[in-house]
Design a binder for this molecule. Structure first.
Ligand code: ADP
Ligand code: ZN
Ligand code: ZN
Length: 743
C-alpha cells in the first residue's frame, strides 16, 4: 500500500462493531508530517462525530472520491506510538474484533474523546518577589493560605499543582494567593528527568538470593536482548517477587522499561510499596482509582520513556513503551487477565505476543501455573524455572481433608474444625475462613414444600442476604424483599440453605464473642478503604478471625494467620466446565498459601463431602504440580486445550427461537464451508449455554475447535463475515470468544 503525504482517501478505523475501515476525504489542516497511518481524526459517522484512527492513506477508494465525507479534524501532530498500534492490530486480528473498537478500548478515555497527546505540560507554583517578602503571619486571617505560603517558601524551585493538592491544599487557596500577587504559576513541559545511573538505581539493597532464585535470575540474564519466555513456578512465599525486582533492576539499569502485570486483586498498596521502596526511579501504577487525567499522564509517561517501571492490571498490557525491556506477569494463571465482555482478550497471551514482537524477556510467575503455560514449560518451549522452597522459614502447609458427611454444621463448620479454630485463637494466632459465596446463604428454602427462591430472569437461585435483608440474584443483580411466607404453599417455615460469608461470620461472632471477626467480601468492602483498614487491623497481629471470599485468598500477606479453613472445597470437583478443577485447585492452593507465612507453621483444613475423590487427594497429598500433570494427560486424551484450540460463538436474544434458529443456520453454513475447503476444524452445537436463561434472555453457544490455530482462525473469520452479512443476525446479540476461559 503506497503511503503518500497528500492522499486522496483515508481508510479510517472507527469505533464500531463492523470489522472494516471506512473511507474519508482528507480535509482541514494536514498534520506537520503529512497524513500518515496512526493519526487520530475526528470524523462524521452516522449522525455522530467519532474519533477514529487513520490506517491507510490511498489515492483511490471503492466509492467515488467526490462522495467521501471529509475528515473534520486531525487530532495529532504525529502518529500514536508504533508499538501500541502494532499491539492493537495484532489484538483485533487475533480476537477477530473490530479494529476501531479495539483502538477505543485500548486508549485512555481522554484520547478516546479527542484530547491532544502532544506537549503535555504541568503547572508549577512558585512564590513571587512579593510572596517572598510577605511573612506568613501577615495572612493570620487565612491560616491555610499562610501554611501554603510557608510550604512554598521551602521549595524555591516551586511545586507542581498535584504535589500541592496532595498536601490537602485546595485550588481556591492557590487562586486566592495568586490574586494577592504572592504566588504565580507557569506551565512546564513534562520531560524526562535523567535517570540515576545503574549504580544508583536502588533505594534499598536487593536481598541476597537463595540458590534457586539465583539460578532463575542467571537464566534470565542469559538473554536480556531477545525474546526469552520463562515460567517461574514457585510456591507462595518462595521469593518470586524478589526475582521480578532483580530482573527489573537489570532492565532499568540498561536504560530500558519494565512492564509488570498483576491480577486485579493483586495491585495492593503493599505490592506497590514494595516496588517503590526498592527503586529510585518513578514507578507508574495503572489502577482503577486513577482519574482520566492521571491515566493519560501515565500513558504518556510510558510512551515517552519517562516512566521506567509501569505496573498495572489487565488493561495495562496496552501501555505503549518507548524502550521496552521486559514484561512480567505475576500470578499468570489468574482469571482476571481475561476480559469477559466486549474485546475478550487475555492479557497474559498478549504479553507473550508483545514480548515476542519486541524481542525481550517475558517472565510469567505463579505458584499454580495455568495448564497452558505449564505445558509450554514442560515441553521446553519456554524455560521452566522452579522455586521449590519458601524464602522464609516454613514450608507451605499441606491440605488436610476433613470429611463433612453426616456431621452437624454450624455456619458451615463442623465441630472438630470449630475446635481447631478455638485452639488457634487461644494460642494467640489468627484464623482465615474461606467461603466461596458472599451473602448469608446460597438460597432460601421452604421446609414444607421444597420451594427454592429462584430468580425470575435467570436459571439461578437468589442469594439470601441479611445485611440488609433481601434476596439478590448474583447473575443479574435483581433484588427482592424477603417473603413472609412460602409463595408456593403459604408455610412460614422458610430457612436459609447452606452458608455464605455473612452466616459464617455470624456463627463465629456468636461462638467467639471476645475475638474480632472481619468479613472481607464485595459487600463488606464497597467503601474503597474499608478493605485496607481491616487488613491494617489484622496486621497488628492480635488474635482475630477473617471470613472472606477469594478477595482474601489472593495476594495478601497475612503474617499472623496460622490456620486456614476452607468451608467447602467441592464446587469445582464435579462442575461441567473442563477448567473447573484446574481453577479450584489453583484457588485452594492460593488460600492455603495464606497460612504460616511468618514465624509460625500453618495448618489448612479443607472441608469436603468427597474426601475420597482421587484428584482432591492427589492435590492434598502430592501438591498442585502432581495434579496438574494428571490434568494435562486428561486434556491430551480428551483433545482439549492446551492440546487443541477453541473458540466459542455466544448468541443471545429475548426470544428463544430467534437465537436458536440463527445458531442452527450458522452451524449448518459453517459445516458446509469447512467441508468444502477440507479444513480441519470442528463445529459443535449449538447447545444451550450453562445458564440458558440469564437476565431474561436466552443464551446459546456454538463451539469451534481445531488442532491448528490457523484453521481455527480461518473458520472464525469466515463465521463472523457470514454473521455480518446475514440480516437475521442483527436481531440477535452475538459475540465470538477466542480461547474462552469458561464454556
Ligand atoms: P512470592 O512472590 O513468591 O510469594 P515473595 O517474593 O513475596 O514471594 O517473598 C516472600 C517473603 O520472603 C518476603 O517477605 C520476602 O522479602 C522474603 N524473601 C524473598 N527472597 C528472599 C531472600 N533471598 N532472602 C531472604 N528473604 C527473602
Ligand atoms: Zn412451601
Ligand atoms: Zn437473575
Amino acid at each position: 500500500m503506497p503511503t503518500t503525504s497528500s492522499p486522496r482517501a483515508l481508510g479510517v478505523a472507527v469505533p464500531s462493531p463492523l470489522r472494516r475501515l471506512f473511507d474519508y476525504r482528507p480535509a482541514g489542516t494536514p498534520p506537520p508530517g503529512g497524513w500518515a497511518p496512526g493519526l487520530r481524526v475526528r470524523v462524521p459517522f452516522g449522525r455522530r462525530q467519532v474519533v477514529g484512527v487513520v490506517m491507510e492513506c490511498r489515492d483511490h477508494s471503492e466509492l467515488p472520491l467526490a462522495e467521501l465525507k471529509p475528515v473534520v479534524a486531525c487530532l495529532d501532530a504525529a502518529p500514536l506510538p508504533a508499538d501500541w498500534l502494532w499491539l492493537c492490530r495484532f489484538t483485533a486480528r487475533y480476537y477477530q474484533h473490530s479494529l476501531g473498537d479495539t483502538f477505543h478500548q485500548a486508549m485512555p478515555t481522554l484520547l478516546r474523546q479527542g484530547r491532544a497527546l502532544e506537549g503535555r505540560t504541568r503547572e508549577r507554583w512558585q512564590l513571587t518577589a512579593a510572596g517572598r517578602d510577605t511573612p506568613a503571619e501577615a495572612l493570620a486571617r487565612a491560616p491555610r493560605q499562610a501554611e501554603l505560603l510557608a510550604m512554598l517558601a521551602q521549595h524555591p524551585h516551586g511545586l507542581a499543582t498535584q504535589a500541592i493538592l496532595a498536601q490537602s491544599f485546595s485550588r481556591e487557596q492557590l487562586r486566592a494567593l495568586a490574586a494577592k500577587g504572592l504566588v504565580a504559576s507557569h506551565e512546564e513541559p513534562l520531560t524526562a528527568r535523567p535517570l540515576p545511573d545503574a549504580d544508583h538505581l536502588l533505594a534499598e539493597p536487593a536481598l541476597p538470593l537463595n540458590r534457586e532464585q539465583a539460578a532463575a535470575l542467571a537464566t534470565l540474564h542469559e538473554r536480556l536482548d531477545a525474546y526469552h519466555p520463562c515460567l517461574l513456578e514457585g510456591v507462595t512465599g518462595s521469593g518470586k517477587t524478589e526475582v521480578y525486582l532483580q530482573l527489573i533492576e537489570a532492565v532499568v539499569g540498561r536504560g530500558r522499561q519494565a512492564l509488570v502485570l498483576v491480577p486485579e486483586i493483586g495491585l495492593t498498596p503493599q505490592t506497590l510499596a514494595r516496588f517503590r521502596h526498592r527503586f529510585r526511579v518513578p514507578v507508574v501504577a495503572l489502577h482503577s482509582g486513577l482519574t482520566d487525567h492521571e491515566r493519560l499522564d501515565a500513558w504518556e509517561a510510558a510512551a515517552s520513556g519517562r516512566a521506567p517501571i509501569v505496573i498495572g492490571t489487565r488493561s495495562a498490557i496496552f501501555t505503549p513503551l518507548a524502550r521496552p525491556g521486559a514484561i512480567i506477569v505475576d500470578e499468570e494463571h489468574d482469571g482476571s487477565y481475561k476480559q469477559q465482555d466486549g474485546l475478550r482478550y487475555h492479557a497474559r497471551d498478549l504479553a507473550v505476543a508483545r514480548a515476542h514482537h519486541h524481542g525481550i524477556p517475558l517472565l510469567l510467575g505463579s505458584a499454580t501455573p495455568s495448564l497452558e503455560s505449564l505445558a509450554r514449560g514442560l515441553s521446553g518451549e519456554w524455560r521452566h524455572l522452579p522455586l521449590t522452597r519458601r524464602a522464609t522459614r516454613h514450608a507451605p502447609a499441606r491440605l488436610e481433608l476433613v470429611d463433612l458427611r453426616g456431621r452437624p454444621r454450624q455456619g458451615g463448620l463442623i465441630p472438630p474444625v470449630m475446635e481447631a479454630i478455638e485452639e488457634t485463637l487461644t494460642a494467640g494466632h489468627q484464623v482465615l475462613v474461606f467461603v466461596n459465596r458472599r451473602g448469608f446463604a446460597p438460597t432460601l428454602a421452604c421446609h414444607a414444600c421444597g420451594w427454592l427462591a429462584e430468580c425470575d430472569a435467570c436459571d439461578a437461585r437468589m442469594t439470601l442476604h441479611r445485611q440488609p435483608p433481601l434476596l439478590a440474584c448474583h447473575h443479574c443483580d435483581r433484588r427482592r424483599a424477603l417473603p413472609e411466607a412460602c409463595p408456593a404453599c403459604g408455610s412460614i417455615d422458610l430457612r436459609p440453605l447452606g452458608s455464605g460469608t455473612e452466616r459464617t461470620e455470624e456463627t463465629l461472632a456468636a461462638r467467639f464473642p471476645k475475638v474480632p471477626v472481619y468479613r472481607i467480601d464485595r459487600d463488606s468492602t464497597r467503601r474503597r478503604d474499608a478493605f485496607e483498614q481491616a487488613l491494617a487491623e489484622v496486621r497488628r497481629g492480635d488474635p482475630c478471625l477473617l471470613v472472606g471470599t477469594q478477595m482474601l485468598a489472593k495476594g495478601h500477606h497475612l503474617p499472623h494467620v496460622t490456620l486456614v479453613v476452607v468451608v467447602n472445597a467441592d464446587a469445582g470437583l464435579y462442575a461441567s466446565d473442563f477448567r473447573a478443577l484446574e481453577q479450584s485447585a489453583q484457588l485452594l492452593v492460593q488460600v492455603a498459601g495464606r497460612a504460616g507465612r511468618a514465624a509460625h507453621p500453618g495448618r489448612v483444613l479443607v472441608q469436603t463431602l468427597h474426601p475420597e475423590d482421587p484428584q482432591l487427594r492427589l492435590l492434598a497429598e502430592r501438591g498442585y504440580a502432581a495434579l496438574a500433570e494428571q490434568l494435562l494427560e486428561e486434556r491430551r486424551a480428551a483433545a482439549l486445550p492446551p492440546f487443541r484450540f477453541l473458540a466459542l460463538l455466544r448468541l443471545e436474544s429475548a426470544r428463544e427461537e430467534a437465537a436458536g434458529e440463527l445458531a442452527r443456520r450458522a452451524a449448518g453454513a459453517l459445516r458446509g464451508w469447512l467441508a468444502e475447503h477440507a479444513l480441519a476444524a470442528d463445529c459443535l452445537g449449538p447447545v444451550p449455554a450453562p445458564m440458558e436463561r440469564r437476565q431474561g434472555r436466552y443464551h446459546l453457544q456454538l463451539m469451534l475447535s481445531a488442532a491448528k490455530r490457523s484453521a481455527l482462525h480461518s473458520a472464525c473469520a469466515w463465521l463472523t463475515a457470514w454473521l455480518e452479512a446475514t440480516p437475521e443476525a442483527r436481531r440477535v446479540r452475538w459475540s465470538l470468544d477466542i480461547d474462552p476461559q469458561t464454556l
